[in-house]
Each structure stands twice: as structure tokens, then as C-alpha cells.
Design a protein. Sequence first.
Lengths: 300, 790
Amino acid sequence: MSHGTVFNIQKYSLHNGPGIRTTVFLKGCPLSCWWCHNPESRGMDSEILFIEDKCIACGDCERVCPSEAIKLTHKGIKLDKAKCILCGKCSESCPSEALEKIGRKMRAEEVMDEVKKDRVFYEESGGGVTFSGGEPLIQINFLENLLTLSKQMGIHTVVDTSGYSSWENIDRIKGNVDIFLYDIKHMDNEKHKKYIGIPNVLILENLKRLVRSGSRIWVRIPLIPGINDDFFNIARTCEYISSLRLKDLYILPYHNIAKEKYKRLGMKYKIPDAYSLEDKELREISKLFKNYGLNVKIGG
Amino acid sequence: MKRGMNERIQSLREQSLTAVPRISMERALLVTEAYKKYSGKVSIPMLRALSFKDLCENKTICINDGELIVGERGTAPQATPTYPELCCHTLEDFQIMNDRKKISFKVDAKSRKIQEEAIIPYWQGKSIRNLIFEQMTDEWMDCYKAGIFTEFMEQRAPGHTVGDDKIYKKGFLDFKGEIEERIKELDFLNDPKAYDKQEQLRAMKISCDSIIKFAKRHAEKAEEMAKHENDPRRRKELNEIAKVCRYVPARAPRTFKEALQMYWFVHLSVITELNTWDAFCPGKLDQHLYPFYKEEIDDGTLTRQEAKELLECFWIKFNNQPAPPKVGITLEESGTYTDFCNINIGGIKPDGSDGVNEVSYILLEIIEEMRILQPSTNIQVSIKNPDHFIIKAAEVIREGMGFPSVFNTDAVVKELLNQGKTLEDARRGGTSGCVEVGCFGKEAFILTGYLNLVKVLEITLSNGVDPRTGKKIGIETDDVTKMESIDELLDAFSKQLHHFVDIKIRGNNVIERIYTKYMPAPFMSIIIDDCIEKAKDYNAGGARYNSRYIQAVGIGSITDSLSAIQYHVFDKKNISLEKLLHILEADFEGYKKERLLLLNKTPKYGNDDDYADDIMLKVFNIAHDEINERPTMSGDKYRIEMLPTTCHVYFGSVIGATPDGRKAGLPLSEGISPVQSADKNGPTAVIKSASKMDHLRTGGTLLNQKFTPQIVKGEEGLRNIKDLIRAYFKLDGHHIQFNIIDAHTLGQAQKNPEKYKNLIVRVAGYSDYFHNLSKDLQDEIINRTEHKSF
């Protein structure tokens, strides 16, 4: 299948693999991490996002909607999701960018046309393309296609994955992936279920198999205060990584910039009292990792 | 932060920074006396040379405490002369200069009196400025007042040139010898120009003697000061200064210190003789100095630290000389104290090999330590230069002062070759002023004025009439509301542009002749090839090459405006052109929705989107083809450049609302940068869009990018800057400059200027103190897109 749903193509991406990259975000994710920065990426389908404070109540969206899904009220607009056919005409016509269509059906070639544009930067910086999500493996056929095309063009590839996918899927693409960015979120299965919404068994098992297959892997740990930053979990994580003889580790410090997005999407942000990690604490924690002989970097 | 500077440098720097720019009448008085004495009795070149001689023989000699490189243009640091032969200021001009909040020059009562009683009575109606405005046609004046173009030479002289290595290899006695030889060769029997040539050569010869005399007076002053100096260390220094000034500039320098002093006397002489645009510039300073540095380091007569201290003393000399006061539109187009001496660092040698040396790295250290406005600096980057050099420069750029700017030397060489220069001359060339290319030591590459592309579009949209005044200053190109495609509109634009460029160049040609006839520069002619050989003045086309430039402004704004018309009027048919013009006339009052649509739902330049970029390319090609290859008075060609200095603010102020959603009076886009905040796809997309224009067919382009400090943190941040530079240059980009600062800091600096006195930012082709910028310009910089990392 050469079509997929893409929710963003980010150029000049500096924290998703080496060099200057373009990150292609594929829509859809089986996980539901409490801290997820891209909650709009979870669903497989497109969505219409309404940003109330940008709305100037001009009513153009109501006029162009072919399925009468939008009503202009004195409190802004009302979108009837049941009637909406996700055609995107409303967001296209919206002058103030209050309506945004999240997720666009694209052909793989179309995606690569965009990726190709920054080739000169990849070549100069040792960068390339990164496929992220959501969970990119959820659109396995599309992803496989994109990776094959990238390799045909000689573009360096990174896949940013949660590892929550069947081994068969990972096995299908790994030959065309230069680096896997592989998240380890929690070592405790019960807590993993609670905060991430799924068990961690498959993830840890896939990582082991991927290591054995000889793929290049950068482990990434989103460090969420109060959830996975306790000494015990960090020690277990380190032991696991060391046992696999992995060396490169990236800590992604938590920040709460996504909170506003949840509001716009009408979703609940479950980390109410979360705080940003202080630089000092981060340094302490990275010391813990370093004690296990790991090359720790902070940030992507 | 004072960091690496020693006490001497700290105190000289402090003196330079705290001295208040003020008017010094000494030069005006001496020149007026000289004209009274000689005018009508000698030829014009001789009149200029004798005036220069009187200046060198009589002006106050100033040696500041502690300095090792000596010579001031005025009577003291920041004391700035006027040039009444070019522009005779009225008392009102003086009042404005004194009172204005930004770029002011203090004028005391005595100076005002001198101006009133001695200067104005002699020069009124006689200055070059008077001559020019008298000679310009009504249509030229209409365009000038409407803000279609500006005129560089109306109160400052042509200059726009840069020194090469000859002054480190020859002294002025050598030059004098060459001139004498040339006089002997004159053929009075067959050459009808022999007499003119003789007068020019005699004037140049007198100028050689004058600079030597000027240096000798410094030697005498230093000796005099040494006699009364109690500190034995300083006494020794003063005696050494005297020795140096007795040796150079008469003879070629032998040491690092003599080389610097040699250059400085030449610099002072150029800017004393006339008020040349962009002052003067040593060009490839690191390459010129390196042989002296190497020899002395090897011999053990100089340490790296001593070399650095001398260079820091040298740096301060530039900062002591603000650009002489400007008035009127010239102030609007170039509102800064900076005088655009732009030192080239790195690049390649005349044989094409890597030109980076140890002095290059010392210069980078100095920029970071000194943190002063002048001189401007840039690095020249060739594929042959090591990455390490760019990384070291990036460390300085990261400090956020906008220094040094970054040029693509390989593109510069190709641009010069495209202009017909020889390979070696091209490699000896570089960039000066803001971004303009030229062959150092061999070319008069004169910027003649900015051209307001967006104003020309505005006039096209109203069929030849300037909507601001209702006056018809263009030609009738048809009612645009009847047009059916963007190409029809572009065709009309092209015809209007042709009309205005004709008017501009007709004016230029007259002005050039005025300078040729009445304002030769015999001193500057000595050091620019082939003025001696041709026995022809710099201002008469004596240089080997004589490019004339017209600088187009607002490519981003005009592209987005045309893109809006193509997209909404012709493609989507969202709005009729008639309605759009009505909305623009209303300055979007009552049309909030339409304005948002134009702002947010239009393909814009700077996003690597061919829809908009193709329009940019069409406009660029129209402007390029209109200007390039037009003949100049001195047998060379006109060429286009894409840079604004501060002119995008002035040009914006004379234009009503534009179809890209810009409100009336607001600044235009600067250089070839996208419209402020219109680029939403990050810096790689900007670079891609900007490189779709063929830079190699221009004389320079200017691209500014603003980054948050966080993006350039650490080793990776430095590599990141390097990679962006290399990629842009692979695509033949000419120049890129980075502002590393966040909008929040700029906002704070605008609110509390007293707390941010030292904040230096990149404007367009130069850096300036943020507090010295006009409010409009401050806002414009704040509104530029801020690239973050993801």
C-alpha cells in the first residue's frame, strides 16, 4: 500500500538522530503515555482540531462544510464529529488558522518529494530522514515503502519506535533502517500498564531480538518526574541495557508544553502536578547512568 | 565582559565607547581656506591635492594615552569632521543632528558660529549636493521624493573600495617614483589628454608627499610627548611610535607594527580627503599581515600576545571614527554610526589555496573580546578552508553580536569572473560594505542607490499613479483589474521598472560626471590600480574595473504580494483584484478576515514552496535583466545587488498596505530574507528558497536568519551552524548572517534600553547597538522568524 496518514513533516529536526534531519510523523499509536507530546497523533484517522482563541467567528467554515457538520454559535463553532467526513474544507478556508486538520493522506512518493528537498543538508551534516509517530510501525506497509524509497535515494534512515509491534514487522523493515531510536519507558510491567496503557514484555523482548540481529540502536528514555525517575527503576533500566551490551543512551527530559494541546483536543492531561526537571537533578540522574558505563546524552 | 583585554586596551576601549560623537569644524575650516587660496588658480585635481596637503600639514595631531597605533581623523576620538565641498549643512541640519535621539552628533555653539560665518557663506550653492539636485530632472526629483529609489552620492562621495597588498610592499616614496616616471612618459606632442594627465599625476604626487608629512608630524608629536612623559615605559613606546611614523608610510613596512601603522595612515588619508562611502578597508587583513607575523614570530621579535595587543589597538582606531553625519533620505537608508569597513578573514589566496592562517584565528579572538561596532568583520568560506575555521567563527557568532558575517568565497570568485575579471584579480577580491563584491585594490565598485521593488508594484497596481500623493510618476500600463493572469501583471511591472531604472541611471550618469569633473580623489587614486598607469582619477574611471550597482529592496514582500494575487485572485478566485485594491486602500480597516486570509492562507517565499519561489525568481530575473549589462559612464557595466542596510524601513514607510497582508507604512522584507514571520518551515526551507535565485549573477545578496540561543548550544550547536553554512554555500548562496537572540530579550531591551546598552544585534549587512535603532527597525527585527530546534 502506498498511502498512509502523516500528521506532520518537520524539517530541520535536530533531535531525532544524527545531523540535520526531516522527521516524518506517521499517525496512529497503540500506546497512551500520560505525557504524550503528540496526543493528536494517536488515532489512525485524520481529526479536525479547533483552536478557540484564534477563531474570529467569520462563519466561512460553516458555509464551506459539505456535510453540515459545523454550526457557528455565539461561543465559537460547534463541530459534530458524527457528521464530519474529514474532508478538510473548513480548515483550508479558515483565515485565522483556528481550524486545523490533523493528519493527511499522502502517497509515499509525495512524502519523499518533501523529504528529498533537504538532501543537501543531510549530506552536509550526516543527517537524513526519521520516521516517527505515533508509532510508525502501526502503518507497517507504508513505513516499509517509505524506507525502501529512502534507501533507493541513498538517504540515511532512522525509525523512532516504542518497540510495541510484532517482531515480524520489525524484521521486515530492519534491513532498511540505519538507526533505531528505541524507547524504554518503564521496567515495571504493572506501572508500564498504568502509565503507558500496555505491558512492556513485547517491547523488551523485541529490543533483545533487535540487538541480536545486529541493528544499530540508540536507546531513549523519556524521563518523567514521579513516574520513572526513581532510583530503583533507573537501576533496573541500566542493568537491562547493559545486559544487552548497548552503549548509547539518550535521556529525554520531561516538559509540559503539550498541556495546552490536550485542552484544545478536549483531552485530559493526567500529569497534574508535574514539574520540569531541574538541570541539577538531570545531571545527578545522568551520573547514575554513566556509572553503568553508558554513553549518556541529554536531549535527542 | 572584558576578559582577554589588558589594561591598556580596556582603557582605550572605554575611551572609544564613552566619547560622545560630535562635530569637529577643523577640516571644514581648513578646506574652505584652501579653496579660497587655490580655487581658480590651479586645475581641479591640483585644487583637491593642495586641499589635502593643507589638511595633512595643519590638522591637529592627536595621540591618545596608551595607544600604540596612532592617528585620528578628527581632533580626538569620535570628533567627526564635515565635508562642506560635498554637503554644506544648514544651521537647521546642525540643530537636527544635535537634537535627534538616534545617531546624534553634538554641535557646540562655537561650531555653529563657524558654520554660519565661515562655511555657509563660502559653500552655499557650491557644494556637490547643490550641483546634483540642480541637475536632476523633475521626474527624477518626483521619484526620489516618492521613495522609488535613493541616491548614494548626494552627500557622500563614491568610495566603496578596498585596499589590497600593495601598501605592504611599497611605500609612498615608491609610489611617488612611479608617478614621476609616468609624468616623464607623457606625450605632449601626440596625446591631447597629456595636460589633464599631468595635472592628475602632479596631484597624486603631492598627495604622496602629504601623507608622508602627516606621518612625520605624528613622529614629532610623539617625540614631544616623550620628552614630557614621566613613565619610562610609555616614554619608550612614544619614541618607538616616532620611529615607526618616520619610516612608514614613506617606505614599505618591515614589521607587524609598521604594517598596521602603514594601513592606518592610508585609511585616515582616504577618509580625510573625502567622505567616501564605506570609509576604507584593509580587505584581507589576515593574509596581508601574516608574512610580517610569521617572520617576527620566527625571529622572536614578536609574541602572539603582542601581535594581538597591537591588533586590538588597531581595532579601536576604527571605532573612534563614526560614519560622518548624514541627513535626510541618506540618513533613512543608512541610519547608523557604523561606516561599513568590513574586514575579510580567511578565504583563499591569489593562487587559489587555503588562505586561513594564525592571524585569522587571532582576529576571531579579537572580535569576541572587543565587542565593539567597528570595524565590521566577515569570514570568507571556501570549500578549501577547514571546518575548524568555521567552527571557531561560529563560537563568536554564537555570542549574538552578528559578527562575523559569513560569505561564500567560491561564489564571490565566480560572481567576479562572471563580471569579466581575470581569475587572479577575482581571487584577490572579496566583499565589502554590507555584502558587495569587488576586486580589492583594483576596482571602484560603487553602490548608486536602493531601488524600491514594492513601490514599483504599488504604482503598477494603480496604473502609473503614486497612491500616496495622487501624482502620476510612472507610465500607464493598463488597468490591472482587467488583467487575467499574473504574467500580464508582471509584464506591466516590468515596463514600470524599465521606466524608473531609466530615470535612475540617467541621474547616475550625470552625477558620475559631476564627480569626475569637480571632485577627483588624487590620494585614493594612488593606491587603486590602474589610476597611475592610466593617469586617470579614481572618480573618472581610473580603476581597472568600474562596476556600478543598484540595490533592489523588498524581494520577499513583492513575492508574497504577487503570490497573494496569483493565489486568491487568479487561481482560487476568492476575491477580485478590484476588491483587493479597495481593501488595500482601506488599509484593511473593516477587512480583518480578508487580511488574515492573505497573511495565513497564501503560499509565501521562504518555505521551499515552488508556488511562491517561482514568482520570486520571475521578479528577480526581471529586475536583473533590467539592470545588468547596462553600460556605465566609465565603460563598465551596471549590476544588481540584493541588500537594504536600513532602507527597507524607509521604503516601507512610503508604501500603503500590500497584498501580502502588510499594513501601510510598515517595513518591507530585508535583503533576500523572507517577510518577517512568513517563513514557517525552518531555516533549511529558507535557505532552499533563497538559493533558487541565481546569486552568481548578482554583486551580492543578503540573507539574515534569527536563531534562539538554545539551538546553537554546545559542540553540536556549532556543528549545526557550520553545516547550514556549508549547505547554503553548496547551493551558491552568497552570504548568510545569524542573529542569535530570542525575541524575549529584544522585547526587554526595547522596554528598558538603559539596561541593554551593550546589546549588539545584526541589522542587514552590519551590526548595531539595539538602542541606536529606530523603533520601527527594532520592531522589524523582533518580528523576524525565530528558528527553534525540534
